[in-house]
Design a protein around this ligand. Sequence first.
Ligand SMILES: Cc1ncc(CO)c(N)n1
Length: 227
Amino acid sequence: MKFTEHLVDKYKREWRQNFTHPFVQELGSGTLDKEKFRFYMIQDYLYLIDYARLFALGAMKADDLATMGKFAALLDSTLSGEMSLHRTYAAQFGISRQELEEAKPSPVTLAYSHYMLHVAQKGTLAELTAALLPCAWSYWEIGKELNAIPGAADHEFYGEWVRSYSSDEFGSHALWCIELMDRLAEGKSDAELARLEEIFLNTTRYEYMFWDMSYNGQMWPEATDSK
Ligand SMILES: Cc1ncc(CO)c(N)n1
């Protein structure tokens, strides 16, 4: 069994939970409250800015030019491809690019993106790849599952999201990350593999928390006046 197959098999409960979250289900049925989506889209934009930095660190840590070049390409496609989806949705909500960039991250956005950046800065290339894998892979799988729901890809508002994440272009990026993970896991010690599993589990769980935070519009607690 490939290492990546082993990962989703070992953590199938946590992995599948991302697909069954009401945010994802309602995105697929087209019934998702637009205010929830608005909150998600702003937070995801902030998330992607830091996520793109992971690709820069991947280029830094790569051992060969092909891998270095691919990380650089992923960095560019995140900033100019994936994030243009967010800018298009933002425009529909009347949110400017500046407003998007000046928005404040929620506790979960901050925790998730900074966890990934910490692993990427401190760890090996394999650890960095384990951190980013659930993002790319679960979105592609979710995109494909939602695309199979009749009408989801043609939905007047959410169809564009479904088409983007189920696209062959996004899929080829996710596949490259999966293959890189399998290549980097080869010959690693049991202790190193256990570390990769732990990172994969953490970011798989953070994916769930991101859907949940978006569904509930969870921001920082309000401070109250104390007596
Ligand atoms: C939270 C999150 N995970 C993964 C992706 C896919 O890039 C995204 N846009 N946002």
